[in-house]
Design a protein around this ligand. Sequence first.
Ligand SMILES: [Zn+2]
Length: 394
Amino acid sequence: MKKTLLIYPLLLFSSLLFSCGTFKENKETSRETCGQGNVKITTDFSTARMDECQNTGDNAYLITLKPEGTPINSSPWYAFKVQATEPTFVTLTMKVQGDSHRYLPKVSTDGKVWQLQDYVIKGDRLVMNIKASPKAVYIAGQEIIDNQYYVDWAKRLQQSSNVSHDIMGQSTQGRPLYKIESRANPQAKEWIVILGRQHPPEITGALALFPFVETLLSTSELAINFRKKYNVLVIPNINPDGVHAGNWRFNANGLDLNRDWKNFTQIETRLINQYLEKLVLGGQKIKFAIDFHSTRRDIFYTMPSDYGVESPYFVEHWLGALDQHMPEFNVIQKPGNNPDLGVSKQYFSDKFDVHAITYEMGDNTDRADINRIAVNASNTLMDILLSDIDHTKK
Ligand SMILES: [Zn+2]
């Protein structure tokens, strides 16, 4: 019987030219290396992940992806590099243990500019042909954004904006947990809190967080006025151990941080909770929080407007305004309330009586669109927060 080859549409990304940093944090130990003859497949960089690699024939390799624990959300991350002493075509087959593929393979030779890699799906396997050469080719599920990228990004922000960049504490494995703060006006007491990267492979969430925050901290008249009234706290990379390890979802203790905002069993969530409590004890007020993630589509998970928090219609007004500003983008708001789950948005609402959202970008959303949506969402948020619209009425 003839086998059918499914060729997935690769035109979803009209542009995939996101620029990332260089990889400075090396793996202490290479998780997996494989190769034969002049070909080498390695994982000696931060965020790398290739759980098993097997030589299956002439320049052919089978790579198996495995989660760091089960049960776990389907988010099979991979990142490795391929090189050969002389130009060689290499066939790489990937399979996921107990799960299916989620992230379309992307390649880069410099770790900055990424392109979609052609592939075919054969049953539960994803097969691609790579031209290996002495210059290593990075292959990953999404663009690689490692821990160092966040540090470099914060330094760039500091060049154009009056923000502080400090270490809040150490992660489970002792990596720094950074915060960025804008406190432009000593009289301003209200805080907008921005969180990111609880789930390491959720890169499109990170790609939205960067322009969103850059817009809040920009030199536009709107942003300058906004920062006279509101302080901004950004914790862009909450799970640095998971990011380093190339985890699918968990922190170094094998726990989902976005299920820990109720019991605070993990140092990463505990540090943030303690810091926010200290702010409030010092007379500051948490006004709103946004937590950036990725999923299969663009969606904003909100708290219901009748949940009982202050300014009940504020989020509806904001996202409604965003929808009007961007006729080509369908803003989906999904209100929900789950007091026992331990997700960050519920924590903010229950603890501080304010709205909070989970800002989710689709895995395959066009990168230029992610940027456009974030800039518009950020500007619209500032507009709404500075306006005198009555958020107690629909
Ligand atoms: Zn997530």
